[in-house]
Design a protein around this ligand. Sequence first.
Ligand SMILES: NC(=O)c1ccc[n+]([C@@H]2O[C@H](COP(=O)([O-])OP(=O)(O)OC[C@H]3O[C@@H](n4cnc5c(N)ncnc54)[C@H](OP(=O)(O)O)[C@@H]3O)[C@@H](O)[C@H]2O)c1
Length: 262
Amino acid sequence: MKLYFLGGGNMASSIIAALKNQYSDLSIHVVERYPEQRETLVQRFGVSVSETLPTLQKDDVLLLAIKPQDMAAACANIQTNGALVLSIAAGLSVDTLSQYLGGTHRIVRIMPNTPARVGLGVAGLFADVEANDDDQAFADKLMSSCGQTIWLKDEAQMHAITAVSGSGPAYVFYLLNALQAAAQAQGFDEKTAYEMSLQTFKGAVALAEQSDLSFGELQQQVTSKGGTTFAALECFRKHQLDAHFIDGVNAAAERSLEMAKM
Ligand SMILES: NC(=O)c1ccc[n+]([C@@H]2O[C@H](COP(=O)([O-])OP(=O)(O)OC[C@H]3O[C@@H](n4cnc5c(N)ncnc54)[C@H](OP(=O)(O)O)[C@@H]3O)[C@@H](O)[C@H]2O)c1
C-alpha cells in the first residue's frame, strides 16, 4: 500500500509532517507540479515525488490536497482503479468528487485545520457509501496523527465544521491580535504585549483542559460582581460580542454552502 498525495502545498505538508512523526515507515509519494516544492518535500520528509500521478493499485490511497478550483481538471486523467480516495478540498461533495473521478464512491471527505501541523488539529470526516469500515479506520488513523477526529453522519455538517474548526484558528488569531492591541493601548511594548496575550491564551486553555467546569463556569470563577473582569465583560455584553461571533460563524457556514453550489 502506498499513500499518494495529489498536491504538496501547505495542508499536505502539515499532514505529512504529522504522519512522519508517528509512522516513519509509511510509504508516501507526493505528486506536485512545482519542481522547487518537490525538492523541498524530498529534503523535509524524505518522501518520493513526481510531477504526474503513477498508476494506482486497489490497495493504494490517494489523498486529494489541491485547491477545489483545480480539482476537475486534475481528476480528469486519474484512473482510481478501485483505490480509496481521501479529499481535504473545501466545498467539494463526495458526489462531485465521484463525478470528477469516473464514478467511484470509495471516498472519505475530510475537513482538517492548520493546527494539524503541530498535531493539534481537528478534522471532520464523512464517508461515502463505498468507503468500508477498514477505509474509515485508515482515514481515522491518518487524521488522528494530526489531532482529533470527528465523524459526521450527514455530509451537510461539513459546512458547520468548516465554519467552526476549519476557519476557527483564524478567529483565535483575531482575538489574540485584539488582546495584543489592547495591551499595547495600555502602554506595553509590542513584544511584551504579544507574549502576554499568547501566554494568557495558553494558560486559559490549559486550565480549561484540566478542569471539569464549562467555559462559562470558568469565566464566572474569575468574575466577581463589580470587579475588573466584570467591568470588561459588561462592556463586551453591551456590544453583543457573542451574538456577533455567532453571526460570523454563520456567515462562514453560509459561504461554504454557496461555494459548494458554485
Ligand atoms: N490551508 C488550509 O487551512 C486548509 C484547511 C482545510 C482544507 N484545506 C484544503 O486543502 C486543499 C489544499 O490547500 P493548500 O492550502 O494546501 O493549497 P496549496 O498550498 O496551494 O497546495 C496545493 C499544491 O498543489 C499544486 N497542484 C495543483 N494542481 C496540481 C496538479 N494537478 N498536480 C500536481 N500538483 C498540483 C499546487 O500548485 P499551484 O500553486 O500551481 O496551484 C500547490 O503547490 C484545498 O482544497 C483546501 O480547500 C486547506
